[in-house]
Design a binder for this molecule. Sequence first.
Ligand SMILES: [Zn+2]
Length: 400
Amino acid sequence: MWDDLARIGREASTGGYRRYAWTGADTDCRAWFREQAESRGLRNETDRNGNLWAWLGDPEAGDAVVTGSHLDSVPDGGAFDGPLGVVSAFAALDELRARGTRLTKPLAITAFGDEEGARFGVACVGSRLSAGQLTREQAHALRATDGTTLPQAMEAAGYDPDAIGPDPERLGRIGALVELHVEQGRALDLTNAPVGLASAVWPHGRWRFDFHGEANHAGTTRIEDRRDPMLPYAETVLAARREAELAGALATFGKVLVQPGGVNAIPSLVSAWLDSRAADPSSLDTVVGAVESAARDAATRSGVELDVVRESFTPLVEFGHALRDELARILGRTSNAPLPVIPSGAGHDAGILSASVPTAMLFVRNPTGISHSPAESATEDDCVAGVRALADVLEGLACA
Ligand SMILES: [Zn+2]
């Protein structure tokens, strides 16, 4: 499974993955999923929002146990973020069959669409739509940097963009959803554990900063005559770092677009995206508020106009204690050491869906701690430990 999937959407020049929503690589990943499901005799289903489901047992029976993750990637992402959860789901089902486990509840393996938001700027589009946390109108207004709208991209991939929307009936069939994911930090490495359990997902969001200046010639415009938006942008990047450090939070400018983008031209517009995350909502408010006010001060000093728009936001998610305790109990039976319980600075579909259904997450150790990069990794032994843990969890939940 891993080798088949590893070929899809890999950029030879960087070694990273470019599996963006509704592109050819995404279509190939979806085909891979359906083949895996078919080869195991599972019933494939694609929901109105383009999320994939593979069913064992009758979905209508309700109280289903669901596991999976996503297959799309960030630009030049690693091999594990998302796919590890989907591959492990199929492998865990194989493990249960090898054990001869008789499931008493329906089981589904899932792959949520457009989790990373790499193309249209909003993360977890598939799960947000299903949970009613993103409306059809909002989704229809999403646009990639090349101008393609989300509906155009969906149509090009053979999906109906008018069908998207909340899916309470489908979510109502789920009794528990467990997402396995590669860890995106080093907490497990530092505690020397191959597998851990998620406590919470930090609140996080994306803010777009548009600095409007005046384009002019880089060689003939006197310094005092310039309205250069690059200057307040640069100060804002430094402010983001400073404020994040002060608050024990995180703030990153990872994407910037410059108009007109000429080496010999003062820019007319610098658009930059702030990603900020913190352990609690008030720290996040403090950081973003301070970065915005630093940006406004700097813009005023440079004669530049600033617009700030919050493009997406995910509140603090605490995974339900009942399901988390159940997982700890199940895994406590098979392991001799207590399972580390760690928070996640990254957003996940399981976090989005926790408002609608009981969700939990398992993390697999990532020795580099690096994620969203080709350096993301997990050892084969740890991946196998993750599959075993997931199989134990599914057995414990679906045979209850
Ligand atoms: Zn992920």
